[in-house]
Design a protein around this ligand. Structure first.
Ligand code: TXA
Ligand code: MG
Length: 319
C-alpha cells in the first residue's frame, strides 16, 4: 500500500464533513468512540473494508464490528430477538457489541463478517462518533485503529503512531473515556456467550440478561479472533502480579504503590484504571524496558483489564 498524507481533523463541523466525505469515498478515517479509536470504513464497500485489513496488516479471517447510530439502524442489518432488544435497550449506546444473525439483504460487505452468517453490531456512546455516523448515513465497519497485534489507541496521537501515512484522516476527539474495547456478547445461541470481556462488566450483563456462558473459546478456534493470546502486545516483555520491580524494569502500579513508574489508579478505582490502561502501556512501551505490573482485582472492569494484561504478557504469536 502506497503512503499517503494522513489529515488530522478537528472535532468541528468542517472536520466532521471532511471525515464523512472520506468514508463515503471508500477511504479510511480513524474516529473516537467511548472505548478506543476505531478505524472506520463504509461497511457496504468491499474495497473500503479490504483497505482496513491492508492498513492494519490484519489477518483477513477476523470479522469486524459494524457501528450504527441506533437500534433502528441495527435492526435493518441483523435479526433481533426479544433478548437482543433487551440488551440493546439496557446498554446502547455503550460499550457492548452484540453478535446477531445477519440479515442476508442488509448490503454488508462479506469481508466485514468474514463470510459468517452472523454480524457484530454496536452503537457507540460518543458524540463525535454519533455525528460521524449521522453525517455518513450508513453502517461503518471499525476495528480498533492500531496495526494488528499492537496496543489499542485511546488518543489520536496513538493512532498516528501506528497508522500515519496509511489512512486518509484521523478525527481528533481527545482521549477516550472507557479505554477498553467493548464487551462482545454472542446472542446467536442460548444461553448468550461472552466472546470478549470489555467495557460492560459481565456482572452488569447478567443482571439484565440472566446467566451468560464465558470462556469456552480457545486460541486454536477463536470465535472472536481478537482473543488471540498476544493481541495486545507491547514490544517489551511484560510480567504480571508483581509486588516489587527488579532492576531495569518499569512498574505499572494499581492502588497504593509508591515505587510505580505509572499508576493505573493510585486510589484503586477500576474505571479510572481501564481508562488509563492502554495509554500507560503505550508510554511504558516507549521506554523500551521490561514492564512489571501490580495485581489488579479480578471483578467488574478488572476482569477485562486482566484479560488485556494477560494478552500483553503472552508469548508473541508467530508472524
Ligand atoms: O470497542 C470496540 O469494540 C472497538 C471500537 C472501535 O468500537 N472496536 C474493536 O473492534 O475492538 P476489533 O475489530 O478490534 O474487534 C472486533 C472483535 C474481533 O475479536 C472479532 O473477531 C469480533 O469482534 N467479531 C466481529 N464479528 C464477529 C462475529 N460475527 N462473530 C464473532 N466475533 C466477531
Ligand atoms: Mg483490536
Amino acid at each position: 500500500m502506497s503512503e499517503m498524507k494522513t489529515e488530522i481533523l478537528s472535532a468541528d463541523a468542517d472536520g466532521l464533513e471532511r471525515a464523512a466525505g472520506f468514508v463515503a469515498e471508500g477511504r479510511l478515517v480513524a474516529f473516537p468512540t467511548e472505548t478506543v479509536y476505531g478505524l472506520g470504513a463504509d461497511a457496504t464497500s468491499d474495497k473500503a473494508v479490504a483497505e482496513v485489513f491492508a492498513a492494519k496488516g490484519r489477518p483477513s479471517f477476523n470479522p469486524l464490528i459494524v457501528h450504527v447510530p441506533d437500534l433502528v439502524a441495527a435492526a435493518r442489518i441483523a435479526a433481533f430477538t426479544p433478548l437482543a432488544e433487551r440488551a440493546a435497550a439496557a446498554f446502547w449506546p455503550g460499550p457492548l457489541t452484540l453478535v446477531l444473525p445477519l440479515s442476508p439483504d442488509a448490503g454488508i460487505s462479506a469481508l466485514v463478517t468474514a463470510g459468517l452468517g452472523s454480524i457484530a453490531l454496536r452503537v457507540p456512546d460518543h458524540g463525535l462518533a454519533a455525528r460521524l455516523l449521522a453525517a455518513f448515513g450508513g453502517p461503518v465497519a471499525a476495528p480498533s485503529a492500531n496495526p494488528s497485534g499492537r496496543i489499542s489507541p485511546t488518543t489520536a496521537d496513538h493512532v498516528a503512531q501506528g497508522l500515519d501515512g496509511k489512512i486518509a484522516a484521523i478525527l481528533d476527539g481527545g482521549p477516550t473515556s472507557v479505554g477498553l474495547e467493548s464487551s462482545i456478547l454472542d446472542l446467536t445461541g442460548t444461553p448468550p456467550r461472552l466472546l470478549r470481556e470489555g467495557g460492560v462488566p459481565v456482572e452488569a450483563l447478567e443482571r439484565v440478561l440472566g446467566p451468560i456462558q464465558q470462556g469456552a473459546t480457545t486460541d486454536a478456534h477463536p470465535k472472536a479472533p481478537g482473543q488471540l493470546a498476544s493481541h495486545y502486545a507491547p514490544a517489551a516483555a511484560v510480567r504480571l502480579d508483581v509486588m516489587g520491580k527488579t532492576d531495569g524494569e518499569v512498574l505499572l502500579g494499581f492502588g497504593d504503590v509508591p515505587e510505580a513508574d505509572l499508576n493505573l489508579s493510585a486510589r484503586g478505582d477500576l474505571t479510572e484504571a481501564a481508562a488509563n490502561l492502554f495509554g500507560h502501556l503505550h508510554r511504558l512501551d516507549a521506554m523500551a524496558r521490561p514492564i512489571a505490573v501490580s495485581p489488579v482485582p479480578d471483578h467488574g472492569l478488572g476482569r477485562a483489564i486482566n484479560d488485556r494484561l494477560r494478552r500483553a504478557a503472552a508469548p508473541r504469536a508467530a508472524g
